[in-house]
Design a protein around this ligand. Structure first.
Ligand code: ADP
Ligand code: MG
Length: 245
């Protein structure tokens, strides 16, 4: 990897060009940020753990027909992906009320939603990734109505698959964030990452509301044992992937 090939450095990954224009190399970092990068730190081993978790989840999704950007994992913290034009929307699927949904609606933490909720946020750090309405997505021309419907449909399908997968790991998938992009054939691909940085994951063996948390909320709220939470997710995901290849 040459510094000259660095296309973009984000908060969690460095994206490099490769010899093949349609292929990028994503290098997962240990850096952790929260609250729109106001809180910064490091989670030792996170790059490798998130890369391994994301690789397995992308493989699982690909196997059941969800098109993803994942190609392969040439090193523990590296993923080769298909280059896409990222749609600047964070597509969030929620099964249980937590985080900003509780703050903005008054719903109690842990409320099981009658049906999954799909929220769209504007992927724009300078604006603080604000919650969007369908009309604002149209106003800003971020996606057409048909594309929004397609994103919603794919996100709900992914939710069903991932919820089922994590259930087998005895983990509850509370909510998660997805990013999608267009490849050169104008196909919509699931991109970016799926990891404890981007999901809320609760250990079903723990009833305590702090102890059950296995995701970035441990870092956000200084709950300690952050690495242990990520390691627990990785161990269960890899064990599940091995028993159901
Ligand atoms: P951020 O700081 O925006 O969270 P990350 O460090 O998570 O960024 O990721 C780096 C960037 O790579 C993000 O802007 C993300 O949208 C982008 N990205 C992810 N997958 C792809 C892909 N397949 N093609 C192009 N860009 C991608
Ligand atoms: Mg990111």
């Amino acid at each position: 990897m040459l510094a000259a090939d660095l296309l973009y450095e984000g908060k969690a990954k460095k994206i490099y060009r490769t010899d093949v224009p349609s292929v990028l190399l994503a290098v997962y970092k240990d850096d952790a940020t929260a609250f729109n990068a106001q809180k910064r730190g490091e989670i030792v081993g996170k790059g490798k753990m998130n890369c391994a978790i994301a690789a397995h989840l992308f493989r699982q999704l690909g196997a059941v027909g969800i098109p993803t950007h994942f190609i392969d994992q040439p090193a523990p913290d590296q993923m080769r992906v298909k280059a896409v034009t990222i749609i600047p929307l964070e597509v969030v699927v929620r099964n249980i009320a937590a985080g900003s949904l509780c703050q903005q609606t008054g719903l109690k933490l842990g409320t099981v939603l009658k049906q999954p909720l799909v929220d769209f946020y504007y992927k724009d750090d300078a604006l603080g990734d604000p919650l969007l309405t369908r009309d604002r997505i149209a106003l800003l021309e971020l996606a057409t109505e048909a594309e929004v419907a397609q994103l919603q449909h794919m996100a709900l399908k992914i939710n069903t698959i991932l919820s089922d997968f994590f259930q087998q790991c005895e983990i509850t998938l509370v909510d998660f964030k997805l990013e999608f992009g267009w490849d050169t054939h104008h196909q919509l691909l699931l991109a970016d990452e799926i990891s404890p940085d981007t999901c809320r994951l609760w250990n079903q063996a723990e009833a305590d509301p702090d102890r059950r948390i296995l995701d970035k909320d441990r870092f956000r709220h200084d709950l300690g044992d952050v690495e242990a939470g990520y390691a627990q997710v990785m161990a269960r995901v890899l064990a599940q992937a091995r028993s159901h290849p």
